[in-house]
Design a binder for this molecule. Sequence first.
Ligand code: CTP
Length: 409
Amino acid sequence: MSAAGRSVLLIVGGGIAAYKSLELVRLLRKAGIGVTAVLTKAGAEFVTPMSLSVLTGETVRQDLFSQADEAEIDHISLSRAADLVVVAPATADLMAKAAHGHANDLASTVLLATDKRVLMAPAMNVRMWEHAAVRRNQAQLEADGVAFVGPDEGEMACGEYGPGRMAEPAAIFEAIQGLLDGASSTPAILPPPAARPMAGKRVLVTAGPTHEPIDPVRYIANRSSGRQGYAVAEALAALGAEVTLVSGPVDLPAPAGVNLQKVETASQMRQACESALPVDAAVMVAAVADWRPRETANTKLKKAAGFGATLELVENPDILRAVAAKGPKRPKLVVGFAAETDALLANARAKLASKGCDWIVANDVSQPGVMGGAENTVTLVTPRGAETWPQASKTEVARKLAERIAAAL
Ligand code: CTP
């Protein structure tokens, strides 16, 4: 879908690069994208409200406490009326305010109140850009879901050389188009930045059963429906994570915003998991078959030939144990699931130790309807203790687990 007909709220901060924002407005308007501008006090030292107003065709907003402005549209509505908020130039001061949640002028208040994606085009002296405080603020803003374009490297207005020059208007325009296109395929309102704490984090999730073939028509399987794993993948993606979901054979649609890789056997699942590494967290929900037939017949086995008397099995690789093993690729957080029918806590604690994972989510599958059903009762077991959550839908359990994972990371 073209970006025409969409709208952008442009915050112009105080920097020499502010003049380039006028060109950006021109490019946006030419593409049929509406622009409303907020000019900071420092920004007004570099470009005039008059030039911005002529180019945007709208009143320029400058003051949080202006009665005239608030009567037209209040600052909260202003922060939400556009499809995207763009800060260009994003000064060190604007980045710091946004990273810390300050709201002491119109620009910072709009950034705190918005429920839309924010794109920042930083512009500042190279020493400032490289300062630990600005590095910290950018990392925080990225974790909050803010997108960045630039800065470019080159000679700066102050005579120094290095990264810090605001990206060219054409590059900012392209980034805006990309974000508006992305926005058009997702729900009308993107999740607010604060609701995307997993932005920039990669997560591996396994789900479903595995099928271990005996011959072309028969296999060993289990009752796993994949629902819990799919719900976990979707919940993590909703928090902004980049999720790879490795799934055994199930009859479920691909969750929104997730990279789905379908496999059949435990060996294929292990391979797909290895290729997905490194990740920040791994959540192994799959009910992997513990054994597979030693041989898989190429043709259908015949009763008359004695098939069925003995089926020789070999153990499958333990994917969770391999992912949780110490090494440079070990995710920061490895979560296993344990489906138990008895001695739930004791078995879960034993698995936590034997598999080398950080948490085990144990569920009692002796209760009717859990295996393959829509509800789940789970106990989260960590080295620090165990916590049983009230029975809830698998979606709700997934949401709660995803929030815990986000907090832990
Ligand atoms: N798991 C795995 N690979 C396997 C077996 C299990 O990754 N080959 C993972 C599951 O995805 C789950 C956890 O290990 O996160 C626990 O699985 P479970 O089958 O309960 O554990 P087992 O080691 O098979 O123990 P049990 O003796 O109870 O079957």
